[in-house]
Each structure stands twice: as structure tokens, then as C-alpha cells.
Write a protein that binds this ligand. Structure first.
Ligand code: SAM
Length: 332
């Protein structure tokens, strides 16, 4: 079998992230512009059959992990059918969600053997949460995290750290892991279209670790073994039930071991989160043309690092170098 998912740098792409929708029930300012985004017409969004057909092609060619994301995956009405169809594939299936309405889907998740849920929560302070998400849903999200843990799911909590906003909550988040068996993942703030990024707003890996080491007594911060291809550097505080991690896509990217591909809700393949180009699989699928050659070409075109934004200087000139969608329409 030709390895169509291997790129010219020898990276095997075994992990596919599928965005199910461009819609979301939150309005996080780092993810989408205040005025919203131009949504694709409904007819351009993959149906559940098309999600399945494209996913199956990837699985047939070596993908072993699929993560569903969005937008918010649970705002899609047919999410139970999508989960059921994808669960029939020989693949590990997981979801990233803001958890606002996830309590309605516990049975569906369990019925389809979905065990790993990543939940976004950027602040433990209700007012700050409302400010960043432009919605007053803190209690629902927080209670649903507790519910997911109680129901036995493996929960990771994603927090995008921003200067003068939530960097003062690093220790509070870690303290949550004392009794709660979750992994808190601090994510460096990344540039996307319309999110008013600049480097000075980002809290870097090094700074996060410095704050942690200053706060906790010497010898209590343990470095954990990361899973292969893990984008996070994992740690825990000795004796705590949970752990924490740092995802340093900006200051310390993990492109060398990248095994990820992204499928947008309108059926376009992105070979990198930062890539300026996309390959339209859905139009080909609807025209009954084979999609493997398009996938193979897209993977051969993958650049070595961050879609070509290989220096911090380039990242700092997003108008010149960043030709990308807003995160909400990529699928984080
Ligand atoms: N609605 C779901 C959620 O809230 O998790 C899934 C979609 S959301 C786009 C997926 C992830 O992307 C979230 O964890 C979010 O924090 C992350 N994300 C969005 N914009 C980001 C940015 N500018 N920098 C870093 N992470 C970002």
C-alpha cells in the first residue's frame, strides 16, 4: 500500500481532527472576531454521511485517532448519529468541547465508547469567563467538568493563557488538580485571523514554569513522561490527583513529530493548523471523484514548520505572513 499519509519529511499522519461545525454557543475573543465570522452556507457543510466517508478514507490509509471539534461539536443536531457512525470505524474517537451542553450527551458518549473529552475553560473566575467567552455560562461548564469526571471520563481542561487576563490563575488551576483527577493544559495564545494576537499578550512556556517553580516547594513539581506525538509537556505536583501540561505551539513548536491533519466543517483538508492553503475534499467526494490523490498531494505539500511561519518574526507580522481562517472555522 502506498503510504499516502507520509510527508516528504517522513512524518506519518495518523491523527485526524474533524471540525463538525463552524457554529458555537460561546464567542471566545481569542478564537473569533467580535463581529463573528462569515459562516459557510449549510449546503457546503459536510453531512454526517460525508463526514463518515471522508473519515473512513483516512482510517483505511492509516489514521488511528480522530478528534471531533468545531465550532462546538454538540451544537450539531445530528451529533448522536455522527458518533455512532464514526464509532464503527477501527479508530480511537475523542472530542473537544466547551461542555456547555455536554450533560445531555453522557449516554450517547458512553454508548459509543468515547472516553476522552477535552474541555475549554480559560478562567475559574465567573466574571472573567463571561468577559472572554462573551456568554454567561461558567456554572454550566464547571459543573459539567465535575459531571464528566464523576461519570468516569478522562478529562483534560484547556486554558489559553493571556497576559493581564488569566496568567494570575495558573496556580489556582493547578490547585484544582489536588483533588480533581483532570489534566489542566495551559496553551500559548496563538495568532489566527481576527483574534488581535500579538506576542506581548502571550504567556510563554518558560514563564509558566517559572511561576509554578516559584510557588511550589522544591522537589514537588514532577516532569511526567509525555505520550508519543504529544503536543503537551506534562507535569504534576507530588501527591495531587491530577496533572498539568503546557502546550507551547508558539515558543517551542512540535512540528518535527507532527502527526496531525485537520478537516474543516466544509470538507477542506488543512495539512497544518497554520497552513495558508487548503484542499477541497468535499467537492471531489460529491463529484464521485477519488479523494486519495488530493489527500496525498496535500500531504506532500506540508511545510516543515508551522505552515511556513517558521520564525517568531514572521508570526509577529501576521498581516504579511498569516493567511489563515479564524480558529472557530478551522477546528482547534
Ligand atoms: N468548542 C470547542 C471548545 O471550546 O473546546 C472546540 C473548538 S475550540 C476552537 C478548540 C480549542 O482551540 C480550544 O481549546 C481553544 O482554547 C483553542 N483555541 C482557540 N483559539 C486559540 C488561540 N488563539 N490560541 C490557542 N488556542 C486556541
Amino acid at each position: 500500500m502506498t503510504k499516502i499519509l507520509q510527508d516528504k519529511f517522513g512524518r506519518e499522519h495518523t491523527y485526524l481532527r474533524i471540525s463538525l461545525t463552524e457554529r458555537c454557543n460561546l464567542r471566545c475573543s481569542y478564537c473569533m472576531p467580535e463581529e463573528g465570522v462569515q459562516l459557510s452556507p449549510k449546503s457546503h457543510i459536510m453531512t454526517y454521511e460525508e463526514v463518515y466517508d471522508i473519515a473512513k478514507t483516512f482510517v483505511d490509509n492509516g489514521v488511528t485517532k480522530i478528534r471531533l471539534t468545531g465550532g462546538e461539536p454538540f451544537v450539531r443536531k445530528d451529533i448522536p448519529v455522527i458518533l455512532e457512525k464514526l464509532a464503527s470505524l477501527p479508530v480511537e474517537l475523542s472530542i473537544t468541547s466547551n461542555a456547555v451542553i455536554i450533560n445531555r450527551f453522557i449516554d450517547v458518549l458512553k454508548a459509543n465508547q468515547i472516553k476522552k473529552i477535552n474541555v475549554s475553560l480559560d478562567s475559574l473566575d465567573k466574571d472573567k469567563f463571561t468577559h472572554i467567552t462573551r456568554r454567561n455560562q461558567f456554572d454550566k461548564v464547571y459543573n459539567n467538568i465535575l459531571l464528566l469526571v464523576k461519570e468516569g471520563f478522562t478529562v483534560k481542561v484547556n486554558a489559553v493563557l493571556m497576559k493581564d487576563f488569566n496568567e494570575d490563575e495558573i496556580i489556582d488551576f493547578i490547585e484544582l488538580t489536588k483533588d480533581l483527577p483532570v489534566s489542566i493544559r495551559f496553551i500559548e495564545f496563538m495568532p489566527f485571523d481576527g483574534n488581535k494576537w500579538d506576542l506581548s499578550k502571550m504567556v510563554a512556556y518558560k514563564e509558566i514554569l517559572e511561576k509554578v517553580n516559584q510557588h511550589f516547594p522544591k522537589g514537588t513539581v514532577e516532569r511526567l513522561q509525555d505520550a508519543p506525538n504529544d503536543t503537551a509537556k506534562n507535569y504534576k505536583i507530588k501527591g495531587y490527583r491530577g496533572s498539568f501540561a503546557i502546550i507551547s505551539s508558539v515558543t517551542n513548536p512540535f512540528c518535527d513529530s507532527c502527526n496531525r491533519l485537520r478537516l474543516t466543517a466544509n470538507g477542506h483538508l488543512k495539512n497544518c493548523l497554520f497552513s495558508a492553503t487548503e484542499s477541497d475534499l468535499l467537492t471531489a467526494l460529491r463529484a464521485k471523484k477519488p479523494i486519495e490523490p488530493i489527500i496525498q498531494k496535500a500531504i506532500q505539500a506540508k511545510l516543515k514548520m508551522r505552515g511556513g511561519m517558521d520564525t517568531l518574526e514572521k508570526l509577529q507580522q501576521p498581516d504579511l505572513h498569516l493567511k489563515n481562517r479564524s480558529m472557530i472555522t478551522i477546528g482547534g
